[in-house]
Design a protein around this ligand. Sequence first.
Ligand SMILES: [Zn+2]
Length: 105
Amino acid sequence: MVASRSARERKASVEAGPLATARIDVDADQQFVYKVACTQCRNTASGGTRPRAWSTYRPGDDNGYMAAMDRWTFHLVEKHPEAEAPCLAYLEAARQRLHERRTRQ
Ligand SMILES: [Zn+2]
C-alpha cells in the first residue's frame, strides 16, 4: 500500500510537470486522495487577488488520479500556457472526459 502510494505520487509529480506539487493522502476509508497544487500561483498568492494557492483535491484510485490531473492540465493551459508538462499530451483526452462528465450530469 505504502510503496504503491509513493510510486503513484512519483508518477503524478512527473506527469504534472515542474510547476506542480503532487501529493497523495490516504483518507479514513483507506482511499487515495490526490492533491495537485500549483507552485507558481502559491508564490504570487500573497500579492495577487487569490487568497490561497491553487490546488485540486480528488479522492479515488485511478479515477481520482485522472480527475486531479485533468483539472491540473486545464489550469496549466489557462494560467501557464508557456509551461511544459507531460500531462499536456493528454489535453485532448482530458477535454473529452470533461465533456463526457458534463453530458452525463
Ligand atoms: Zn498556477
